[in-house]
Design a protein around this ligand. Structure first.
Ligand code: ZN
Ligand code: ZN
Length: 220
């Protein structure tokens, strides 16, 4: 189980504002990475300073109210509290995405051929962050990548883990959508009403799903 690091513990500055006008029950959690070069710190003692640097860049460089993400995760298995549950993110790229989806950012980066090592501890930290955003923040069960919100390479090599269900907190069944499947056919397969699957994943009319999408399958 990952360790949660509060804002006080990592030395966060106070936000200059915060909006709680969100509807995360319609979306879920969007996964990000820091970016195009390898940035994971060798020693965890350097991670808090890295998070403070990202906050400084977002507030002083971009003029935002706070660090953009809901939470951040490091390769050592820690979850750094970002804006937190119930607060609108600024990271997802569109108003709708910031309205309906929380944002969790891995402190990793690189090019596809030279990327930070994606550790088991990092995946565990993502699962912990997502579980919190669901249980305390009302997030719907869907998990997607920043690239599903708009054209971007983010979250880089992490996207494979978005797709294969590795980020799903324990206790949930998932199904990766294949060519030709519909919510109805998936519901038949698991013996669950398709409307329940739609609801659990924040999918509304016209109920579009896409190949590779990871759906949470509710128990009934
Ligand atoms: Zn991103
Ligand atoms: Zn760390």
């Amino acid at each position: 189980m990952a360790v949660f690091v509060t804002r006080a513990q990592w030395g966060a500055r106070q936000p200059t504002g915060r909006s709680t006008q969100i509807t995360p029950e319609r979306g879920g959690v969007t996964i990000h990475h820091v970016g195009g070069s390898r940035i994971a710190r060798a020693s965890h003692s350097d991670c808090a300073a890295q998070v403070r640097g990202i906050q400084r860049q977002h507030m002083d460089g971009n003029g935002w109210a706070d660090i953009a993400y809901s939470h951040l995760t490091c390769v050592h298995g820690y979850v750094f509290e970002g804006r937190g549950e119930g607060v609108r993110t600024a990271a997802n790229g569109t108003n709708t995405a910031n309205q309906n989806w929380y944002a969790v950012c891995g402190l990793v980066g690189g090019s596809s051929s030279s990327y930070d090592t994606i550790t088991a501890n990092l995946l565990d930290a993502f699962r912990t962050a997502i579980a919190r955003l669901r249980s305390q923040g009302g997030a719907a069960r869907a998990i997607n990548g920043h690239r599903n919100q708009l054209a971007t390479e983010c979250p880089g090599n992490l996207y494979r883990y978005v797709q294969d269900g590795s980020l799903e907190p324990p206790g949930g069944r998932t199904h990766t959508v294949r060519e030709g499947e519909t919510l109805y056919s998936i519901g038949r397969r698991y013996g669950v009403p398709w409307q329940r699957i739609a609801e659990a994943n924040g999918i509304t009319s016209p109920y579009t799903i896409f190949v590779g999408q990871v759906l949470v399958i509710p128990d009934s």
